[in-house]
Design a protein around this ligand. Structure first.
Ligand SMILES: CC(C)(COP(=O)(O)OP(=O)(O)OC[C@H]1O[C@@H](n2cnc3c(N)ncnc32)[C@H](O)[C@@H]1OP(=O)(O)O)[C@@H](O)C(=O)NCCC(=O)NCCSC(=O)/C=C1/CC=CC=CO1
Length: 269
């Protein structure tokens, strides 16, 4: 159970740049383990900020010492006791929509990984576009440790991030790995002291929020498209995307600014 006076998820705007939204998983005493309440609140929060036109970048983080340690195993044990045949309905009902909402948004999403990042928590982090992690934190897939296979998109996202060989090793053995390992493997962009994780993520988010929002949306779609399609189709997709961006103010003005030897400014349209 969450603390009754504390919402399971907090949604806020950055003080410096209101185009940056911050979504915080808020069950610190349980390392932000995912209950149904938290998963539903997180989906609502993600839908709210990604559906808001004034938001141009999103940061997802955890309160307290952890980012997220995956499924709440107390709640899962109760579900198993009640009916093992429905205990995993939450994968389709909650995890899949959450991962699709985070990966599917046109807005850049940054995971500010402030502490332990395990199981479906790792799936959430990998659903984001960029990751900043705290020095010394532990990552783990953890699924096989409790007799499970991967969910929350990790079968694909981990393999895309670190390659099939390492993803297989991480999923089969379930061993912990460090933030420094994650950076060396290209899984996170920056590793910083814990107190600097949110500021670093906000810095990235502000930079992206001041950028060419429509170009970012095309980049995100193109990366997803490129991961599962043959080169001729990828090239066609890219050509269509560039043609769509031709009509944007951001592109036209940035070209004019370049020729006038001025720094570009973007409005996201
Ligand atoms: C290695 C750990 C992540 C951290 O260890 P440590 O720093 O020693 O901290 P702890 O004392 O263990 O934990 C602090 C408190 O948080 C509670 N907690 C931690 N993880 C969970 C959890 N997953 N569920 C519920 N509660 C959790 C812990 O009990 C402590 O609270 P109390 O002091 O009040 O007891 C370590 O915590 C760890 O290994 N955690 C388990 C990681 C795990 O296996 N996660 C689940 C993976 S499976 C998944 O994510 C997805 C699904 C999908 C759908 C259905 C079913 C299952 O899985």
């Amino acid at each position: 159970m969450s603390d009754p006076v504390q919402p399971a998820v907090l949604v806020a705007r950055d003080d410096t740049d209101p185009a940056v939204a911050v979504v915080t998983l808020n069950r610190p005493a349980k390392y932000n383990a995912l209950t149904v309440e938290l998963k539903e609140a997180l989906l609502t929060a993600v839908a709210e900020v990604t559906g808001d036109e004034s938001v141009r970048a999103v940061v997802i983080t955890g309160s307290g010492k952890a980012f997220c340690v995956g499924q709440d195993l107390g709640e899962h044990a109760t579900a198993l006791e009640n009916d093992p045949s429905t205990a995993f309905d939450t994968v389709r009902e909650h995890y899949n929509p959450l991962i699709l909402a985070i990966t599917g948004t046109a807005k850049p999403v940054i995971a500010a990984i402030n502490g332990a990042c395990v199981g479906a928590g790792l799936g959430l982090a990998l659903a984001a576009d960029l990751r900043v992690a705290a020095e010394g934190l532990s990552f783990a897939t953890a699924f096989t440790g409790i007799g499970l296979t991967a969910d929350s998109g990790l079968s694909a996202s981990l393999a895309h991030a670190v390659g099939v060989s390492r993803a297989t090793e991480l999923l089969l053995l379930g061993e912990k790995f460090t933030a420094e390992d994650a950076r060396n493997w290209g899984l996170v962009r920056d590793v910083v002291p814990a107190e600097d994780v949110l500021p670093a993520a906000l810095g990235l988010a502000r930079r992206l929020a001041a950028g060419p929002t429509r170009a970012y949306a095309e980049v995100k779609t193109a990366i997803r498209f490129g991961a599962v399609n043959e080169l001729p189709a990828v090239l066609e997709h890219e050509a269509d995307a560039q043609a769509r961006l031709a009509g944007t103010t951001d592109h036209q003005r940035a070209v004019a600014d370049f020729l006038a030897k001025k720094a570009p400014t973007f409005e996201g349209r």
